[in-house]
Design a protein. Structure first.
Length: 132
């Protein structure tokens, strides 16, 4: 994984006339991502990993990171790329004050949430049995 999360092409501004279907798909993706963030914003303080004194601006980047990591590695299990995610958290965390130890739970929750909404749990059904 690399720093492409912050500057992924789907986040770049496009002229709405470039590709109407792509623009519609991007809007749907953004809407789903916004819905997920709202869900996590409503529950993060009740999560077992919540650290007293932290606020939404600390946790939002962790939830985004987990979702984006799943989007890029949907054919893997979280445990397979966790070390990589931990190494790159400091670059990805933006304004968050969370260390990886604090952020991991939120990243994992976002990963699981994305995985539960993805066909076949994110893995190719032809290889899903061999990855467990």
């Amino acid at each position: 994984m690399n720093a492409t999360y912050k500057h992924h092409p789907r986040h770049e501004r496009r002229d709405e006339h470039d590709d109407p279907l792509a623009s519609e798909a991007d809007a749907t993706t953004r809407s789903a991502a916004d819905d997920e963030l709202q869900h996590f914003q409503s529950i993060y303080r009740d999560a077992a990993y919540y650290s007293t004194g932290r606020d939404w601006s600390d946790y939002a980047p962790a939830y985004r990171y987990g979702r984006e990591a799943f989007d890029h590695h949907h054919d893997a299990r979280f445990e397979q790329i966790e070390d990589e995610l931990a190494r790159e958290w400091d670059q990805a965390k933006a304004p968050s004050r969370l260390a990886w130890v604090e952020a991991r739970g939120a990243v994992f929750d976002a990963w699981q949430h994305a995985e539960s909404r993805h066909p076949h749990g994110g893995r190719d059904p032809r290889t899903a049995l061999s990855k467990h």
